[in-house]
Design a protein around this ligand. Structure first.
Ligand code: SF4
Length: 395
């Protein structure tokens, strides 16, 4: 189920702007949110894997709330934190309206600004994307989401580590520990169900042109396949299930893999590979209908060995190779590349992937990328909407 719908049902959070009419409701919502967050901190602080999963889920929630807040609420929120950024007052914004709009490339009525030492944002300065005055750069809030998100993740990680250190004191409490254990065992991130109707059924011959909508993990698998004319087992599985999720039928999958493995004979293909393709569509063996892998599965299961192309490149590539791969996706902006590298250094792979998606599509996402098929579907959806805007309406 869509995260937004789940939240509206189980954890609604009305905006502060509705306080006049919903005061009591707002307080209840915030109380519930605080209780659940801190109970989950206790449940998810005890191992690196649990902490990682919790930070990923919380950062998705945080991001969704942050981007859907009003500009005023975002500003108030950032004000309440101890960031080393100075807010630009409304009065100053009005005074510098022309200059800020020119640097921003559009009117700034709905935009809030921070002032930071210009040395802290050299790439924004290089790209002339900020207004400079008295040694300060005036940075729009919209350019800060990645920085805010990273700071959020770092603070949460530190908080979880501190909680983990304090937790042994609860070890003798036989009421709380079983509940916390049960909570973390029962955790499963909201499952993304790929929508093969996003573009309908696709043909084997269309895959090459659709690569532009693939996340880096699938682009890497695709280019390895084209280069080597072969993929090893887990790489075939990760890529094959992804293609199944975007609408490749079993018949077309057989055509796709047969054509791709161009250096082997039909006989070898039929003996060694045909069964596996049909198996992943639930037509052989246990007849299980396998689903495309989520980012979490890709990040944690079957670590790639030599000669493998599967896994998440944000995790498996060296920083140098990753930078080259991201540049190969058309991203040259030094600020974006640095944000991606910082996210990767902090092991926030989905943050890096989301940043790349947002840069390529020039669109802000309300939720982080947590599934390669989600990346694909959103990318297709955005491209389609842009195309419709360009096409004149038919009378
Ligand atoms: Fe693929 Fe997910 Fe890694 Fe992005 S974060 S490259 S979608 S595994």
């Amino acid at each position: 189920m869509n995260l937004k719908i789940l939240l509206e049902k189980h954890l609604p959070m009305n905006s502060n702007a509705t306080r006049g009419v919903k005061g009591d409701v707002l307080d209840d919502e915030r109380r519930k949110d605080h209780y659940s967050h801190f109970i989950l901190r206790l449940a998810f602080c005890r191992s690196e894997e649990l902490r990682r999963r919790f930070v990923r889920a919380e950062s998705m929630l945080f991001r969704m709330r942050f981007v859907t807040d009003t500009a005023n609420e975002r500003k108030e929120f950032v004000d309440s934190l101890d960031f080393d950024w100075e807010n630009v007052s409304e009065e100053e914004k009005r005074k510098l309206y022309e200059e800020l709009s020119a640097a921003n490339g559009k009117p700034i009525d709905q935009e809030a600004f921070f002032k930071v030492d210009f040395t802290r944002v050299p790439d924004l300065v290089d790209g002339r994307r900020v207004y400079l005055r008295n040694g300060k750069a005036y940075v729009p809030v919209s350019a800060q989401i990645s920085l805010v998100l990273q700071d959020f993740c770092l603070r949460l990680e530190k908080g979880l580590e501190m909680t983990a250190r304090a937790l042994p004191r609860l070890d003798e409490d036989d009421r709380l520990i079983p509940i916390l254990n049960h909570l973390s065992l029962g955790f499963s991130a909201p499952e993304f169900v790929s929508d093969t109707t996003a573009i309908g059924e696709i043909k084997a011959a269309q895959v090459d042109e659709l690569v532009q909508h693939f996340p880096l993990c699938m682009r890497n698998l695709h280019s390895s396949l084209r280069r080597e004319k072969h993929l090893k087992y887990f790489s075939r599985l990760q890529y094959g299930l992804f293609l199944k999720g975007i609408g490749l039928s079993v018949e077309e999958a057989l055509v796709f893999w047969r054509t791709a493995f161009s250096t082997i004979t039909d006989d070898k293909f039929n003996k060694e590979y045909r069964y596996n393709v049909r198996h992943s569509y639930g037509l052989e063996g246990t007849r299980r209908n396998y689903k495309p892998y989520s980012c979490q599965q890709i990040l944690t299961e079957h670590p790639p060995g030599p000669g493998d192309a599967h896994g998440c490149p944000y995790r498996t590539f060296s920083l140098e190779n990753l930078t080259a791969a991201v540049e190969g996706m058309g991203i040259r902006d030094a600020q974006v590349l640095r944000t991606v590298k910082d996210a990767v250094k902090n092991r926030h792979y989905h943050v890096a992937c989301t940043k790349v998606f947002e840069t390529i599509t020039s669109t802000s996402l309300a939720e982080s990328i947590n599934h390669p098929n989600l990346y694909f579907e959103k990318s297709v959806e955005i491209a389609r909407a842009k195309k419709q805007q360009l096409e004149p309406a038919v009378e």
